[in-house]
Design a protein around this ligand. Structure first.
Ligand code: ATP
Ligand code: MG
Length: 426
């Protein structure tokens, strides 16, 4: 190994030594080393620990092949085709152990690496040394290898310095690296928000120039990235950055709204709401966020003469989900959920007869009510609908009867024929 890149024990930041890495991950490194192989904690867990964030998952990297790793750990399984690695299990933890890989250069036509005509890597299973493994990682801060047994940190691309300088630097020319894997541009944006790091100029330029290649990525992978980007406590920040780099449209099929329009205010209210829920350790679901991000599109599709056309509304729902599906593979289980939230918006508005009692028991009531509050927040006021529902949940039976009575009295006709509100439909 190149000595100058191997940071000596003395220089290892204290924060790394003190960090509580998963004992199971450390045990795996230990066993690999006892079996005569190299073993390191690598990637996100080392990076996050150095920035002072509690790492959420732990990856191990080794020079043992997947078959060799499989033999060392009884509870393990080889997975993946494009990228073969080993899952090692304990009772409540799963650690990914990957074998050092060699970087695929453009001219490379060795059997383990397969690329498509645009340079995208389709299969990547050529084993290599730690130095080679390092070169194929995306950013210097993600290419730090820590051996917690012998307390050694391997840093071949100044990752430590870049962490201290709070800057995201690509390993190799980002124009080529983003061609190989366009998702790296989304990762750059995500890490810069998560860590509050600057993005180096050449990486910025590569996002602008190569962002369009995101259109070739499978919708399944894009859905994974969608979740990482928007269910991350940094949803709003990521949304704004994605927009300014011109790549938001590869993740959300409802963008490009005018500054300060209802549509944009509503989308942002939903993103802030998601961030706040995560910060308060409340549950979030991609279904709710997708319903919100696509709501402006649904309203636009249902608009007729300044009002909401019900037939268009119900007809457009499936199409709009399908169109989003082409970008990010929204799992089927969310389709019904999204449509329920949307259709309940109409029922929350009409509140006819005994319907409000039934709606309270609807399994999606809570989500639909939260959704309504966000609409109201963005629109300024939806004729006090949010407040009405807040009251209706709180009061006892006589209180509910009286709320319904005053609602009936305030209406000119028993059945409101117009849905939607001026601000939302403008
Ligand atoms: P987080 O888990 O917080 O999203 P992470 O850095 O751990 O961040 P993973 O997707 O878990 O990200 O990947 C683990 C490591 O694998 C990364 O740190 C990086 O070194 C490498 N890696 C992951 N995806 C890519 C990619 N698309 N291109 C190059 N290297 C990658
Ligand atoms: Mg990770």
């Amino acid at each position: 190994m190149n000595k100058k890149n191997k940071v000596s024990t003395a220089k290892i930041p204290k924060i790394l030594k003190e960090n509580k890495f998963s004992p199971f991950a450390i045990e795996i490194v230990k066993k690999l080393k006892q079996s005569g192989f190299q073993g390191y904690l690598v990637g996100g867990c080392v990076r996050d620990s150095l920035v002072g964030i509690k790492a959420k998952d732990f990856d191990v990297s080794t020079n043992a092949t997947p078959e060799e790793v499989r033999k060392i750990f009884r509870s393990s399984r080889i997975i993946g085709k494009r990228f073969r690695l080993v899952h090692v299990y304990s009772r409540n933890e799963l650690i990914e152990v990957s074998t050092f890989r060699a970087h695929a250069s453009k001219e490379d036509n060795s059997s383990g690496i397969v690329k498509d005509s645009e340079g995208k890597i389709l299969r990547d299973n050529v084993w290599g040394t730690i130095e080679e493994d390092c070169i194929r990682r995306d950013f210097s801060i993600n290419a730090l290898y820590f051996d917690p047994i012998d307390n050694q940190l391997c840093d071949f691309h100044n990752g430590l310095q870049h962490i201290q300088k709070k800057i995201l630097v690509s390993i190799g020319d980002p124009l080529i690296r983003f061609e190989e894997d366009p998702v790296r541009s989304l990762r750059a944006i995500r890490f810069s928000s998560k860590l509050n790091f600057k993005i180096s100029n050449d990486v910025k330029e590569a996002i602008y120039q190569k962002g369009h290649l995101l259109g070739n990525i499978s919708n399944a992978r894009m859905f994974d990235e969608f979740c990482k980007i928007f269910l991350s406590k940094n949803a709003l920040n990521n949304f704004n950055k994605l927009d300014s780099f011109g790549v938001l449209r590869y993740l959300v099929n409802s963008s490009d709204y005018k500054e300060n329009s209802f549509s944009l205010r509503f989308q942002k209210a939903a993103l802030i709401n998601t961030d706040n829920r995560l910060k308060a350790s409340k549950s979030v679901t991609p279904g709710f966020l997708i319903a919100a991000l696509l709501w402006p599109r649904l309203l636009n599709a249902s608009k007729e003469k300044g009002a909401l056309n019900l037939r268009k509304f119900f007809r457009s729902m499936d199409r709009i989900i399908r169109e989003q599906q082409a970008l990010t593979a929204v799992p089927r289980k969310f389709h019904g959920y999204i449509k329920d939230i949307w259709s309940l918006q109409l029922k929350l508005e009409t509140r006819l007869g005994h319907q409000p009692y039934k709606i309270l028991n609807h399994p999606r009531f809570r989500a639909a009510y939260d959704f309504l509050l966000l609409r109201e927040e963005a629109a300024g006021d939806l004729q006090g609908m949010g407040n009405w529902w807040t009251q209706f949940q709180k009061v006892n039976r006589p209180g509910k009867i009286s709320l319904l009575k005053s609602l009936r009295e305030s209406r000119s006709s028993p059945v409101e024929k117009k849905f939607g509100f001026l601000e939302e439909l403008s």
